[in-house]
Ligand binder design. Sequence first.
Ligand SMILES: [Zn+2]
Length: 201
Amino acid sequence: MNPFESFRLMSPFGMRIDPINKVPKFHRGIDLVTTSSSGQLYAFVAGEVIHAKEGLKGSGFGDYGIVVAIKDDKGYLHCYAHLSMAMVQVGDKLLRGDKVGLQGSTGKSTGAHLHYEIRKACAPSFGYTDTEIGVVEPTKYLQDYYAKVGLSKVDIKDANAIIEKYLKPAWGAAKTPEEKKEIGRLADELRVASGQAKQNG
Ligand SMILES: [Zn+2]
């Protein structure tokens, strides 16, 4: 299963010719371009937001532009870089599939894309290291992570069909606000499991 199936892969993780300096350099993350016209990006895993602004020089996020960094339950840090806008704040607790921000080209970047990087630690300097020692290969990490938490990805069409056919009529027929709320929560679970954003907060 490809965790990045709604993206075009621009540049993989690992050694590459740096697109700006034209010299071999270790690429700490993966470069992706979303296929959605909105440019909205969603959390690949749940976690707590610990950075959501322009990365300052020397902070561990210099040249990364606007960065949202999310700490997962294992203490790994998921970095969404070069955003045009962060849509979360420090302290927010996100679920997988929650909105993170808008794809952009801020910082040292040659065009609109998402640089997605997973660091093994959150401190110091948000876990930044000069070499590959501090990062992991994102595709493999997400595949292992999803397998462990037992989240089998639901097909978007199936999820939306269930919502349209069963949950929306049930919502319309619900007699109390609590029932409506519970149905909304179920619909959101299906949306998140199929890689979509929640709609009921
Ligand atoms: Zn990159």
